[in-house]
Design a protein around this ligand. Sequence first.
Ligand code: 5AD
Ligand code: SF4
Length: 452
Amino acid sequence: MNNIKIAPTVLHPVIPNNSYVYIETYGCQMNVNDSEVVVSILRNHGYGYTEKADEADIILINTCSIRDNAEQRIWGRLREFAAYKKQKPSLIIGVIGCMAERLKEQLIEKDKLVDIVVGPDGYRSLPELVKNAESGQKGVNVLLSREETYAEISPVRLDKNGVTAFVSIMRGCNNMCSYCVVPYTRGAERSRDSHTIIEEIKELMAQGYKEVTLLGQNVNSYFHKDENLNFAQLMKKVAELSPELRVRFATSHPKDLSDELIDVMAAYPNICKSIHLPAQSGSTRMLQLMNRKYTREWYLERIGAIKKRIPGCSISTDIIAGFCTETEEDHQQTLSLMREVGYEFAYMFKYSERPNTKAARTMQDDVDDETKTRRLTEIINLQNTLSLESNKRDVGKTFQVLVEGVSKRNPEELFGRTSHNKVVVFPRQSFKPGDYADITIESCSSATLIGK
Ligand code: 5AD
Ligand code: SF4
């Protein structure tokens, strides 16, 4: 989910003011969706969209602060754009997203390159800031909002496979995990009203989309006060739109994984049987230091509840290696948790201290880098084994696959996903993107199922 860089694929023809924007996205899927909102906002003000940075009049970088290496990559990219600006002094460069709030002074003052800095809640002000920048005035808006959900803005789908789409349903995060910068960069939790969510999904269905992923930093704590509507109830509404529409969601916090949600998932065949439920660590001592609000036992109880009510449900996780004071024993607990759950998939990271978080303020980043790397490698190796074992269990079985597109490696093959979120590659035959195909699995690697 992290450090995704999207390659925009469509060129929009409407260019009344003859200025083109190019946008490059880093970080999570929420950021990818935010870029689509940004393009929509600018488009409504007459700006065209280009997929080529060297043709753009405005270059925006939608940034991520989650780990130091994410930020370093983006600084590097900004230096590359300096070369463009030398050749074309009228070029406007904007930094938007999570780094904006954290690094506004540095971006605007020290780094003379940047004209506009806008945080995740300020995108509606972009047209005005771009206009000011066109007359040479630099602009910053990093105010966080308690209300902004961009509810009625219809995102321009940039990563256009025409089959699967992401729909943001809530923003921000109240959890205050001690290692995490997100509550500071994206602000407090707020949920979007269900009417605009349903409208957006209906619009997607009318365009032929077959799968939606409901998105939020903490998606299952969705709660709309005025409608008295929780996440399980929203999922039900979405699932009932059409049995042909697949529904997924990301990312869940274990503390909000209710029995009600598990029951809704079990009841609707079109809700995909896969849950991303980041554990972060298998050691209760670490979980407490991380302020995760659950213990190892409590997490395993939730996993048990999922497996009981949704047999075969695929479970994935995020793991952090080498958080403050982590001992060898804590690390072994993480490995044993991974084995006990038998994750299908995991995103795995070395702990990276983020300025101003609770961990940075009150704890010592005292696990040396060599140890972090070694532990991370052990975690990755174990996950590869678990993924391969899980995939081997699927060989010989038949799954309904939603076809997403042509395989990159072989134009004679298509790829798609099972309900369990596993990628399947299979011969093209007469299928096309958007079809549901029943595919029997013949072999596998740790990352892919191969079928016919
Ligand atoms: N260092 C390393 N990984 C982190 N994550 C969040 N903050 C940090 C950090 N400071 C990971 C968590 C989270 C995922 C999106 O990124 O695992 O679930
Ligand atoms: Fe990165 Fe987190 Fe911001 Fe997403 S919310 S872009 S992962 S810092």
